[in-house]
Design a binder for this molecule. Structure first.
Ligand SMILES: [Zn+2]
Length: 99
């Protein structure tokens, strides 16, 4: 029990938001069973700006385009909306970013 965050959270080394430049240092799995690291095409919401992103195979991040967004399930959209609302209500301070 010495982990500093829960086991659904994975350390990120290469991810960078293509919209705002925020560099997340970890990713937490929000849906799906079990515990696995992020993988290609997993959806992510930027903690800095709330942009909807997707992982590339090398775990860098890219913007999700409209066609991809339109294929999301209502449940996925609701989770994304809740995450974006939370991010908006809890803005990160400059000190928490790596810039
Ligand atoms: Zn961002």
């Amino acid at each position: 029990m010495s982990k500093s965050f829960d086991e659904r959270t994975h350390v990120m080394e290469r991810a960078l938001c293509p919209i705002c430049g925020y560099a997340p240092d970890r990713a937490t799995r929000a849906m799906g069973k079990g515990n696995r690291p992020p993988q290609k095409d997993d959806i992510s919401v930027c903690f800095g700006c709330g942009a909807v992103l997707q992982f590339n195979a090398d775990l860098t991040l890219r913007s999700m385009n409209f066609m991809e967004f339109s294929k999301l399930t209502p449940y996925q959209r609701r989770l994304i909306g809740e995450a974006q609302r939370w991010i908006k209500e809890h803005p990160i301070t400059r000190r928490e970013t790596k810039h």
